[in-house]
Design a protein around this ligand. Sequence first.
Ligand code: NAP
Length: 218
Amino acid sequence: MSNKIKVIAIFASSLDGRLGPANVSRFVRISSDADMEHLMRVRDLADAVLMGASTFRHYPKPHAGLERDDFPVHCIMTRRGQLDLSADLFQQKPPLPVIIFSSANAPDHLPEKVNWLSVPELENSDGSGISAILSYLQDQGIKTLLVEGGGQVFRQFLTARAVDELYLTLVPHFIGGETSPRLTGFGSALPQPFPRTTTLDSWSIGDERYFHLAIHYH
Ligand SMILES: NC(=O)c1ccc[n+]([C@@H]2O[C@H](COP(=O)([O-])OP(=O)(O)OC[C@H]3O[C@@H](n4cnc5c(N)ncnc54)[C@H](OP(=O)(O)O)[C@@H]3O)[C@@H](O)[C@H]2O)c1
């Protein structure tokens, strides 16, 4: 698909492609302090960050950058629409702008600065929901979107051929587990030709390996 927004994704993954352990209700960090600083530095590049509702439920707080004074616009995707509107993210003073993209109806009352957008295309499996999100964000003046996960959401951005770059930190662990969250979520194979990457940069910190990758779809 063509879009003018630059879309970057960022993940820390175990050597076996897991984003964390299964069956936890809170965010479990699998990478080092250096990787968290790297994440915040990449956030400095983005006007908006986007996450799936599961990632939000695990870390329902503002996603801060490293050197910027403001916060990026926060975007959340949800089908069920059951988000805790009393969570930290929605209780900031001054309130932070949050956009919720959902196929569910909006609740009657929303916190200030929270915009609930109905996107019926999110029920499609052809990537049209992601296209609709990107068109909307582009109309809002967003130039760079950072997809912070999780894997279910990243899979849909790959299916829509919408991710331009990936920052991937490989952490030196195996996590295993049938239901632990995976880098590309669960489900059928991605459409062919499979997305492939070329390396823009790579480096090591301790036993962690950092990649900055360009993603290609042809
Ligand atoms: N290591 C890392 O870098 C990293 C990064 C991010 C997250 N994580 C971890 O990964 C786990 C979460 O990842 P995940 O892959 O399981 O889930 P996820 O992608 O964060 O969120 C999945 C949820 O997003 C919503 N969603 C997905 N597709 C949608 C669509 N087409 N339309 C509307 N809503 C949609 C649904 O929310 P509803 O259920 O509300 O319908 C779905 O349950 C957590 O454990 C988190 O801590 C790790």
